[in-house]
Design a protein. Structure first.
Length: 246
């Protein structure tokens, strides 16, 4: 594994690369960039790094700026939005492309929940730089939720399951046409979603798979928002199979 630091203006983005078979670089291997969800950090996903590496896939995990209380990247949570995270991922993707050993035809974007929303938006903008897209319970309902939230009085509108959202969060979520962006992405997409998800309903991914020109939806029976136990490894194996077959 190898740590990286990228600059975003005055802020630093920090992440970690897991390399296949103890290699020193990603030469010849596919690369997946995995994005964490709202308020989380890459250590919550770190167990997936060795999983992908053991299967011949380089895996890069990183913290969004202001992404959560335990983020190793700079920035404040109150200044974070889907747009700031889109900007972060765009930088990470471009920096990964610059690595002399990266096969630019084998880069996949992957994300969970809000990280899936962000990965989907960047994939649409940077389609030529990606080989495919993997989404776990993607939070494409962020705009709808923000529209309802915007109608609430302050400070109630900014409270989200113990998180205190900033004003920019709602403003940016309302203006980004995520469904239109999904329709623009022509490459292969794999979506995994639990049928017991109480934060992002399965119907959101059922709608998404219809919007994408080339997408498949795998439903995890009994799966909630955040895969646990056997579901975790079932989803990870599906993602690995998708990467290796595309």
């Amino acid at each position: 594994m190898k740590d990286y630091v990228f600059r975003k203006g005055q802020l630093l983005i920090r992440g970690r690369m897991y390399l296949p078979h103890g290699e020193a670089d990603v030469s010849g291997y596919p690369l997946v960039i995995f994005c964490h969800g709202l308020g989380s950090n890459y250590r919550e996903l770190e167990h997936y790094g060795p999983f992908f590496a053991e299967r011949g896939i380089a895996c890069f995990l990183f913290d969004f700026c202001g992404g959560g209380a335990e983020s190793l990247s700079d920035g404040d949570f109150s200044e974070m939005s889907v747009q700031t995270e889109i900007d972060d991922l765009r930088i990470v993707l471009q920096e990964m492309k610059k690595l002399p050993t990266t096969d630019t035809g084998k880069i996949f974007l992957m994300g969970e929940s809000q990280g899936g929303y962000v990965a989907a938006a960047v994939a649409a903008e940077c389609a030529a730089d990606t080989a495919g897209l993997i989404l776990w319970y993607p939070a494409f309902n962020i705009q709808e939720d923000s529209r309802k939230r915007d109608a609430l009085p302050s400070p109630e509108r900014y409270d989200f399951f113990g998180f205190r959202l900033g004003e920019r969060y709602i403003r940016d979520a309302l203006r980004i046409p995520i469904w239109e962006k999904a329709a623009e992405y022509k490459k292969n997409v794999l979506i995994l979603h639990g049928d017991q998800d109480d934060m992002v309903p399965l119907a959101v991914s059922e709608k998404a798979v219809q919007r994408y020109p080339s997408a498949a939806l795998q439903v995890i029976p009994g799966g909630g928002h955040g895969f646990e136990g056997d579901d975790r490894w079932r989803a990870a194996q599906a993602a690995a199979d998708f990467i290796l077959s595309h």
